[in-house]
Ligand binder design. Structure first.
Ligand SMILES: Nc1ncnc2c1ncn2[C@@H]1O[C@H](COP(=O)(O)OP(=O)(O)OP(=O)(O)O)[C@@H](O)[C@H]1O
Length: 707
């Protein structure tokens, strides 16, 4: 409001409400006026609009128009799309994915700003259980900071004694001072040891706590969050290990460094001003140079980082490298099988080459700071002796005091210099803290641990999809379900089939509430599943997918993990295994139920994995069974065995089954054919065959293939 906005647009539907529209051709203004005026004129603008409307009609109807996208996404993903309208106004031609990216950056920047001030307190708050260690560490640090100037005081005293005419007296006093310095050494060492132990303890405890908090925050997020590139497996694992340990640069250790510097400065200045304020004042003129060198040492390479972020959609090069490495190691069989080792190595190398360059620039600037910090020492020497000799000549100061001012300030400055050397750690820690705090405060849109909501006492198992419309948050321009209606009756098997990419698995994902539809609702016994308690809802659903994932545990534990609400007995595990047609296979293994499955179940065959996954789904005795192409990856023999297991498992349960092989759903009570996000046909196998529509054609094609 109140702003002059100039919009250049290709998509004319986005500017129809503009106060003035100017149509240009070859640099000349051809027409101007409002949308309605120009349409009435039936000139260039009219031609462009009608041509575009024709084209849009022809275009794949999967694409939503910009305005609708903006509205729907704003409604359903408000957090991610807070500034969507702003970007839309800026560039009418930009697509929604761009907008989301821009927006998440904006949110990030905003968060950075809002976290900037109080974040150190938030981190300290998380370190609260170690507060006594931090206090002890701070006290030890102050004392350790003060010890260096105190030592230099005695050092200057000894130095002055060399000019003492009474040699015997000078020797006695020197030995006394030497003894004092010896005890200062012991005391200083003790203080440093105490502060180091105290801060290590508080730092390590903070790292451990943040790892646990971050990991549980990650697992609380909705599945759509994991679909984003910046939340890929490698990036999150890297964040868990490095971000959390970077926090040590903040909190207690950081405070220790500050207190150390405070101790050194206060003590140095007190001694120096007492010895001679004029000389102290001159020496202090070098402080700005010292600060500047500290800034150079600790300077965050914001410019370099910004350009990196631009190229990487907020993943740092090392995180990107971590992502490639995790991906390659995780899928090592595929990588080796496809002989793509070189490809992954070169992508990994590329990331670290870039990281190396960035680090080298940083190091050069930090080295300049370190060099400058060293030079300052010499500048202080020169100033102290030069100006000190003038003061002595004028009778304003005694020679030993000149040496005292000089040594106290030099040693004090060295101590402060050590503190500034900590700044790079601090910068890293701050970056990590912002990321961790942002993650921790992020409200999950579908929190799997939130028990709030209705719990139905007697679940019958009637499912109904009502006019469900859905887009994946990571691909908002593609409408996957477009008014999907599916009633699935209790205790019946409803099969969903249709071409690849038509949205079958998406239905199951929505029922499991991995995502929520942006319009329409899914009802369970007449209740919108968004109103139900999520942990309860999921406990009622048994889910077997095409590629079941088993954990690197024993077969016993993998099956028992199917129900985490109670202790599952061995008898129940064996019963579930029998129903899944795998019991006899398990007991024939040398270690029976204690056989380890390997990472992702790699030590078992596909059919065995599949049947263990069915047993895992059955052990919770779910009211509803969701089978997503549970047999499609198996050979004919294994498929038969698994299919028999599934037929038993389906008894007395509402079952939604997705299948490519239509022979496996022949006996279903109802079959629906999904195409491009809508149900195109529905009925029993025989009814659909009689209709001679999509199902019939798919069936015929499959029968031909089988022959
Ligand atoms: N996590 C995701 N993010 C973005 N798009 C997705 C995601 N998962 C699926 N899609 C897209 O949604 C559409 C429907 O996918 P879905 O997995 O539901 O199809 P399907 O009918 O089960 O296919 P298939 O039979 O091949 O398994 C596809 O175009 C797919 O590319």
């Amino acid at each position: 409001m109140g702003r002059t906005t100039i919009v250049i647009a290709h998509r004319l539907s986005t500017i129809r409400n503009a106060d003035l529209i100017i149509a240009l051709e070859r640099g000349e203004v051809m027409e101007d006026g409002t949308h309605n005026e120009l349409m009435d004129r039936k000139g260039l603008y009219y031609e462009l609009v009608t041509a575009q409307q024709r084209k849009e009609k022809d275009e794949d109807e999967d694409m939503l128009d910009d305005d609708k996208q903006v509205q729907l996404l704003k409604k359903n993903y408000p957090r991610h799309l807070r500034t969507l309208s702003l970007v839309s106004a800026k560039s009418a031609g930009s697509d929604v994915s761009d907008m989301e990216e821009n927006d998440s950056e904006n949110v990030e920047i905003k968060n950075k700003k809002c976290c900037h001030q109080p974040f150190i307190f938030k981190i300290l708050k998380l370190n609260l259980p170690e507060i006594y260690w931090i206090i002890i560490g701070c006290i030890a640090s102050i004392i350790f900071g003060a010890i260096t100037p105190i030592f230099s005081f005695f050092f200057s005293q000894i130095y002055a004694l060399f000019a003492e005419p009474d040699v015997a007296k000078a020797n006695i006093e020197t030995r006394n001072y030497a003894l004092v310095i010896f005890f200062i050494g012991i005391f200083g060492g003790l203080c440093q040891c105490v502060s180091s132990i105290a801060f290590s303890k508080s730092g390590e405890a903070l790292t451990m706590r943040m790892r646990i908090i971050s990991f549980s925050s990650m697992l609380r997020q909705e599945i759509g969050w994991f679909d984003k590139e910046q939340n890929s497996l490698g990036a999150l694992v890297t964040q868990l290990s490095s971000d959390t340990s970077n926090l040590k640069g903040l909190s207690g250790v950081r405070m220790g460094v500050i207190f150390n510097a405070v101790g050194a400065i206060v003590c140095s200045l007190t001694i120096a001003f007492q010895a001679g304020w004029k000389l102290t004042f001159i020496v202090l003129l070098f402080v700005p140079l010292m600060v500047f060198s500290g800034i150079l040492q600790g300077k965050r390479m914001t410019d370099t980082k910004k350009s990196n972020e631009k190229n990487n959609s907020k993943l740092s090069w090392s995180e990107k490298g971590g992502t490639y490495a995790t991906e390659a190691i995780d899928s090592v069989r595929t990588v080796v099988g496809l002989h793509q080792e070189e490809f992954f190595i070169s992508r990994y190398e590329d990331c670290f080459q870039k990281e190396f360059k960035r680090t080298m620039i940083k190091i050069q600037i930090q080295s300049l700071g370190t060099g400058l910090a060293n030079s300052i020492m010499f500048f202080i020497h020169a100033a102290s002796f030069g100006y000190g000799s003038v003061l002595v000549e004028n009778g304003e100061m005694e020679a030993p005091l000149v040496f005292r001012v000089f040594s106290v300030i030099t040693f004090g400055a060295m101590s402060v210099g050590r503190s500034t050397a900590m700044i790079p750690d601090y910068a890293k820690g701050k970056e990590s803290a912002i990321r961790i705090l942002n993650l921790n405060k992020r409200q999950s849109q579908i929190d799997p641990q939130n028990p709030d909501g209705i719990v139905l006492d007697n679940l019958t198992g009637n499912i109904e999809f009502e006019q469900v419309k859905f887009v994946y948050p990571s691909r908002p321009t593609l409408r996957v379900l477009k008014g999907f209606d599916l009633p699935a009756k209790a205790s019946q098997t409803t099969a969903i089939c249709g071409p690849s990419g038509s949205g079958k698995s998406t239905c199951v994902a929505l029922l499991l509430r991995f995502y929520d539809p942006y319009q329409g609702s899914i009802l369970l016994d007449g209740h919108d599943i968004r109103e139900l308690s999520l942990p309860w809802l999921r406990s009622q659903l048994g889910f077997v997918q095409q590629e079941p994932v088993l954990f690197n545990l024993s077969i016993h534990d993998n099956i028992a993990y199917g129900d985490n609400t109670r202790e599952v007995s061995q008898h129940e595990i064996e019963e579930a295994a029998r129903k899944a047609n795998i019991h006899s296979t398990i007991i024939s293994l040398p270690e029976g139920y204690n056989t380890m499955c390997g990472a992702k179940g790699s030590q078992l065959s596909g059919g065995q994995k599949q049947r263990i996954a069915i047993a895992r789904a059955l052990v919770r005795n779910p009211k509803i069974l969701l089978l997503d192409e549970a047999t499609s990856a198996l050979d004919v023999r294994s498929e038969k065995v698994v299919q028999e297991a599934l037929d038993v498992a389906r008894n007395g349960r509402t079952c939604l089954t997705i299948a490519h092989r239509l022979a496996t759903i022949r006996n279903s009570d109802k079959i629906v054919v999904v195409d491009r996000g809508r149900i195109k046909e529905s009925g029993t196998h025989d009814e659909l065959m009689d209709q001679r529509g999509i199902f019939y054609k798919l069936n015929m094609a499959q029968e031909r293939d089988d022959e």
